[in-house]
Design a protein around this ligand. Structure first.
Ligand SMILES: [Fe+2]
Length: 193
């Protein structure tokens, strides 16, 4: 499929007006993930159940701009993860691979402080990288990626990815990431699950 052209795009697709604090982009579609959407992914089941007993808190939101579906097109999303923990494990995204596995992605930190957990699909090698203002994290293809808020304020960031990338949540829904990011006396630490 050929890429989208200048003349075919509305102004609000050419110019994204976003609010990093609210996590909104004018005219974008919004996805919200609450505690109940993250059942089974945290290490500490009893801490998860205790948190659920208090309600179904918003954990993160993503607003995405998807101008076209051509081979050369780009999509991007603005994510905001709320601060908090389940046990020692920070609030985080579900995490995914791209359906089109070779698709890379660039994350750019806007505010707050967090980390990205990267996992090579073939080898299982895992890396934890900081994400916040002044940090751009390159996620190679064939790499599972999850983002966690390790600070005390909302973590916001933009992710830019090929339109063809797609999202595959199935792998981690069935077996989770090999590592977790936990608070270790005030410092984020990557541990084996
Ligand atoms: Fe992605």
């Amino acid at each position: 499929m050929s890429a989208t052209t200048l003349g075919s795009l509305d102004l609000n697709l050419l110019l994204g007006r976003f609010d990093a604090q609210k996590g909104t982009i004018l005219g974008a579609s919004r996805t919200e993930r609450r505690l109940s959407d993250l059942d089974g992914i945290f290490l500490d089941e009893s801490a998860y159940r205790a948190a659920r007993a208090l309600g179904d808190a918003l954990i993160y939101s993503v607003e995405a701009v998807e101008p076209g579906a051509g081979d050369g097109d780009l999509h991007y999303g603005l994510g905001v993860i709320q601060p908090g923990r389940i046990g020692q494990e920070y609030f985080m995204t579900k995490g995914h691979l791209h359906r089109w596995r070779q698709a890379a992605e660039l994350y750019i930190g806007l505010s707050g402080s967090g980390v990205m957990l990267l996992e090579d699909e073939a080898t299982g090698e895992s890396r934890m990288l900081p994400l916040g203002p002044g940090c751009a994290v390159y996620v190679p293809g064939h790499t599972g990626h999850r983002t966690a808020n390790t600070g005390t304020t909302p973590l916001s960031y933009i992710g830019v990815y090929p339109a063809r990338a797609g999202h595959d949540y199935g792998v981690y829904a069935s077996r989770n990431f090999r590592c977790a990011v936990v608070d270790d006396a005030g410092t984020p630490k990557m541990i084996k699950r």
